[in-house]
Design a protein around this ligand. Structure first.
Ligand SMILES: [Zn+2]
Length: 169
């Protein structure tokens, strides 16, 4: 289930559990596996593997079931990766970011902005204060926001492309 070349999986782990977590999880073969096996396969300390696994478990990305050996009483934890949940969480993540960016873009496109030494305000506020800031005493000057707008548009396009890619996986 956890393929190292899978886009969704790679993006998720890079974002949520960092490079070490990524390295550990990339060694998890399809199906169930014990934490000891993961540690051995990824050449990582068992404690580090467990830490990552529990973080994934809290995020509903990894699941486990236990198996009890009738003779020894030993309990084995068998871990499995939940690919569908990873996908869902990634999509939710992307949606949240998109909502924020789009409302920011909307503000930038509909407003005209002025700036003093201490803050950036809308034209209406600058005009109401006679283009002079009461807080720092400097004048409000017009600032173009074309660069900021294209930056926001670029970010939005990138995330939307990424979301499409996740859906396809
Ligand atoms: Zn000011």
């Amino acid at each position: 289930m956890l393929e190292p070349d899978n886009f969704v999986v790679r993006e998720y782990f890079k974002k949520r559990i960092g490079d070490e977590g990524l390295k550990i999880m990339m060694h998890v073969p399809e199906g169930e596996i014990t934490d000891e096996e993961i540690a051995r396969l990824s050449d990582t300390k068992l404690t580090a593997v467990r830490k990552i696994l529990y973080r994934l478990y809290e995020n509903r990305i990894a699941e486990y079931r236990t198996e009890r050996d009738d003779n020894s009483g030993w309990i084995t934890y068998l871990w499995r990766f939940n690919y569908d949940n990873a996908k869902k969480i990634l999509e939710e993540d992307a949606d949240g970011t998109l909502t924020k960016l789009k409302s920011q873009l909307d503000e930038e496109q509909s407003g005209v902005f002025y700036q003093c030494d201490c803050q950036r305000v809308l034209f209406e506020e600058a005009a109401a204060n006679n283009f002079s800031c009461a807080e720092c005493g400097t004048n409000f000057e017009f600032v173009a926001n074309d660069d900021l707008i294209s930056e926001l548009e670029g970010k939005i396009a990138k995330i939307e492309k990424w979301k499409k890619k996740i859906k396809k996986e």
